[in-house]
Write a protein that binds this ligand. Structure first.
Ligand code: NAD
Ligand code: MG
Length: 386
């Protein structure tokens, strides 16, 4: 029995993780569930899965959760710090970090410090502080298994290999604006940006896919997860999202993992590795989909992809600034405060203005995150509700 702490259980990845638990009740047990504000769903999940504990991050909702779970043997905690605490709990084998944004970093560090196995969906942990997270994981012997589909594909392709990686090729669907003109993108509404052609995901990552900042984040994520220099990481647009990413070796061999896009697979694999268990659903058929295409990304319409490479070259807290600026700019866009192209402008401006720190500590990351969010907030006339 593998006991899971599922951080962000009410989100897109969190709910799909609970599907996996539901499918294999004799293998997985959800011992901790956490949510930011969707307390009703958290309560329903707790009633179904009977975890040891739940955490509601928004403190003001504590009373409602506690009242609704009265009579069930479930401990209720509130606040973001409580998430850091529960992942260290004795009753946890694996932490599934499905939080979105900077908020995922502290629980990632906490899980790694405690030596827990970490199934990591929260790519922002690695974008903000990848070097630190990987170093601590190595020191503590804590395995980190990627949930992001591209990184899971690479991870799967590396099983059994001991030769160095020559190149990583990350595939990108190109998002909803792959074929849109710059003028179309300037007029894009919130709904347009949220209409992803291949994946149904949380709002932030969906908008990040529309700017392709998400792919930039994934380059940074891959750099740290697999210890591969940025110059060896390439992005290729593959609109069908069947080839989930590739590894090239010295002998020119390419290995990839393919399949119908469905996050249940990378989530489940992160939990069962090195084993595989069945998943219901559509199997991919080459003859039904004979056309798999690949093209270079258009950096003129998607400049944030290149910004991610610049940020890696700068090092220090630059990627932390990028993430924070992106978090606030996307929030401002989703609140109707700024236009779609303004997201890119705000991010670029914050990167130019925020304090650069060459060798940041955890505290520096915290301050840098706040500073960059403040600047982004000023630039977009927006203050985060959180
Ligand atoms: P989501 O918005 O659907 O869910 C986020 C979860 O985190 C929710 O349960 C929410 O309550 C919780 N949360 C948000 N802010 C919080 C805070 N400040 N404190 C505590 N809890 C908080 O997001 P998602 O799409 O499930 O994505 C989760 C992570 O997985 C992201 O890092 C995303 O980039 C990554 N990811 C998602 C997908 C996908 O298909 N959804 C694919 C690849 C990677
Ligand atoms: Mg991905």
């Amino acid at each position: 029995m593998q006991r899971l702490a599922i951080l962000g259980s009410t989100g897109s990845i969190g709910r799909q993780t609970l599907d996996v638990v539901r499918a294999f009740p004799d293998r997985f047990e959800a011992t901790t569930l956490t949510a930011a504000s969707n307390w009703e769903l958290l309560v329903r999940q707790a009633a179904e899965f009977r975890p040891d504990s739940v955490v509601i991050a928004r403190r003001e909702l504590y009373g409602r959760v506690a009242e609704a779970l009265e009579g069930l043997d479930v401990k209720v905690y509130a606040g973001e710090e409580a998430i850091e605490q529960v992942v260290r709990g004795e009753a946890v084998d694996t932490v599934v970090n499905a939080l979105v944004g900077y908020a995922g970093l502290a629980p990632t560090l906490s899980a790694v410090e405690a030596g827990r196995k970490l199934a990591l969906a929260n790519k922002e942990s690695l974008v903000v502080a990848g070097e630190l997270v990987m170093r601590r994981a190595m020191e503590r012997g804590a395995p980190i298994i990627p949930v992001d589909s591209e990184h899971s594909a690479i991870f799967q392709s590396l099983v059994g290999e001991r030769s160095p990686i020559e190149k990583l090729i990350l595939t990108a669907s190109g998002g909803p604006f792959l074929r849109a003109s710059a003028e179309d993108m300037a007029r894009a509404t919130i709904d347009d940006a949220l209409r992803h052609p291949r994946w149904s995901m949380g709002a932030r990552i969906t908008v990040d896919s529309a700017t392709m900042l998400n792919k930039g984040f994934e380059v940074i994520e891959a750099r740290w997860l697999f210890g591969v220099e940025a110059r060896r990481i390439e992005v290729v647009v593959h609109p069908q999202s069947i080839v989930h990413s590739l590894v090239e070796f010295a002998d020119s061999a390419l290995k990839a993992q393919l399949g119908t896009p469905d996050m249940h697979l990378p989530i489940q694999y992160a939990l069962t590795f090195p084993d595989r268990l069945p998943i219901a659903g559509e199997k991919f058929s080459f003859v039904d989909h004979p056309s798999l295409t690949f093209e270079r990304p258009d950096l003129e319409r998607f400049p944030l992809l290149e910004v991610a490479y610049d940020v890696l070259a700068r090092g220090g807290n630059a990627a932390c600034i990028l993430n924070a600026a992106g978090e606030t700019a996307v929030e401002a866009f989703l609140a109707g405060r700024i236009s779609f192209p303004r997201i890119t402008e705000v991010i670029t401006e914050v990167l130019a203005r925020a304090t650069f720190i060459p060798n940041p500590t955890v505290d520096d990351y915290r301050q840098s995150n706040s500073e960059a969010k403040n600047i982004a907030g000023q630039l977009s006339g927006f203050t985060s509700a959180f």
